[in-house]
Ligand binder design. Structure first.
Ligand code: KIV
Length: 275
């Protein structure tokens, strides 16, 4: 069954966890969809894990549309949420609406996600007023990495925790249908989850959230540049992939691949006529 904003709402009401993973291409999205994931996030983390940038700042609208559309083609039932990249919504409400519209029309998203609290509530309201569902994102918001001074847990002091709770309430009031909480103390995430009617999706925010999201290369052991504490590895595909690549190289060297079974046949009399 197709997952929509209603699935998110119903799951929260029924205490059923919402499952979400990132994906950036058709075949991965198809596998996740077949596995029964509720939602796929085409995160701007693609800057790190797909494009090799050290942060998400350089990711463009074109990147998000290109990868988003590929994911949308592979996701039959999962809801596809596409991240609004850095400076595609912060600059003005007008830019936010136009770019959210592009992610829906060209990227075939089911919803968009943007980072920030009170300061982006006008954008959240304007986008939702156009009939585009918005997922908000608070805590460690990677597009503000330069302002934070690094990847650090957020909301640990009394003022920071209060601000986080106020921002969470503000994005809900502005119309967000769900809220990602990244790298915040579990107890604060649990408090926010209890105080909001919309579901929270945690990443490094403990088990008290209504759902969880992980970057798929992290949970499959495919990305070794940096692994945050909150990641659980469900498989070590990185090692399996490297071994497969090494075996392929070895078999090319030894002549074991390609063997006869991997080739195409032709009648001998045709070959003879060629001489
Ligand atoms: O870009 C991304 O993958 C994200 C998740 C980490 C929530 O925003």
């Amino acid at each position: 069954m197709k997952n929509t904003v209603l699935t998110f709402k119903q799951n929260k009401e029924q205490g059923k966890k919402i499952s979400m993973l990132t994906a950036y291409d058709y075949s991965t999205a198809k596998l996740m969809d077949e596995a029964g994931i509720n939602a796929i996030l085409v995160g701007d983390s693609l800057g790190n894990v797909m494009l090799g940038y050290e942060d998400t700042i350089s990711v463009t609208m074109e990147d998000m549309i290109h990868h988003g559309a590929a994911v949308a083609r592979g996701a039959k039932n999962a809801m596809v949420v596409i991240d609004m990249p850095f400076m595609s919504y912060q600059t003005s409400v007008y830019d936010a609406v136009v770019n959210a519209g592009r992610l829906m029309k060209e990227g075939r998203a089911g919803a968009v996600k943007l980072e920030g609290g009170k300061e982006v509530c006008a954008q959240i309201k304007a986008i939702t007023d156009c009939g585009i569902p918005v997922m908000a994102h608070l805590g460690l918001t990677p597009q503000s990495i330069n302002a934070f001074g690094g990847f650090k847990v957020q909301g640990k002091s009394i003022d920071a925790a209060r601000k986080l709770i106020e921002d969470a309430k503000a994005v809900e009031k502005a119309g967000a249908f769900a809220l990602v909480l990244e790298c915040v103390p579990s107890k604060i995430a649990e408090m926010i989850t209890k105080q909001l009617a919309i579901p929270t999706i945690g990443i490094g925010a403990g088990g008290g959230c209504d759902g969880q999201v992980l970057v798929y290369q992290d949970m499959l052991g495919m990305f070794s540049d940096f692994t945050p504490k909150f990641v659980k590895k469900y498989a070590d595909l990185g090692t399996i992939m490297k071994e497969a690549f090494q075996n392929y190289i070895k078999e090319l060297d030894s002549g074991a691949f390609p063997s006869e079974e991997h080739g195409y046949k032709i009648d001998n009399d045709i070959i003879e006529k060629l001489y």
